[in-house]
Design a protein around this ligand. Sequence first.
Ligand SMILES: *Cc1c(COP(=O)(O)O)cnc(C)c1O
Length: 219
Amino acid sequence: MMVDNLKALQKQIPHHVKLVAVSKTKPVEDIQEFYAAGHRIFGENKVQELVEKYAALPHDIEWHLIGHLQTNKVKYIAPFIQLIHSVDSLKLLKEINKEAAKNKRIIDCLLEFYIASEETKFGLSLEEARAILSSDEMNDFKNIRIVGVMGMASFTDNTELIHKEFEQLRTIFKQLKQDFFGDKIWFNELSMGMSNDYKIAIEHGATMVRIGSILFGKR
Ligand SMILES: *Cc1c(COP(=O)(O)O)cnc(C)c1O
C-alpha cells in the first residue's frame, strides 16, 4: 500500500527532481517495500539509526544524512554516506574531509542555510558561508565536494512566507554558484521541500525534495 504513495508522488514530481525518501523512525521493513518497488534514495536524520539501517539493508541504497551532524559522529557514516545535506560549519567540513580521506572517498556535501523565520533551525547565513568558502583551508579539502545548498522553510500555513523563503534559498544558491563555483559543474543541487511544501519548492527550482510523511505515513 505504501508503494501506492510512492507512485502517486512520483507523478507529482518532475523527472529532473530527485526524491529523497525520508525514512527516519520507520522500520527497515518499510524501506524494503520501497526498495522492492525500485526506489534507492533514502534520508535519515540520526547517525545511529542510519548506521543500523545501512547494515540491515542492501548496499546499493544511496543514503543521505539530512539532520544535524556532530563532528564526533562523522566517522560512523564516512565509509558509505552518499550525500550530507546538513553541513553548517568549517569545523564539520574539515572533519568530513579527514574521514573521507581515511576511507579513500570523496564525500558530497550541501551547505545548510537558515532561511526560516523560526528560532530552532540549524544553518548558515550567507555571510557565514562566504567566510567558509573564502577560507584558505577550503583548498586543502581534497576529499569533499560541495554540490549545492539545503534549507527548510518555516513550518506554517502561510504559503506566501514559504514562497519567500525558498526564493531566498535559490538566490543564495545562484550567488554562491557565481562567486565560488563558476567552473564547478557539480555545484548544482538545491535541496528544499518536504511533505507540506514540496510543490512550492519545485516552483522555486528545487532539484531534490526530502519527503517522509507522504510516503511512510505520520511519525
Ligand atoms: C523529517 C525531515 C524531512 C521530511 O519531513 P516530512 O514532513 O515528513 O516530509 C525533510 N527534511 C528534514 C531535514 C527532516 O528532518
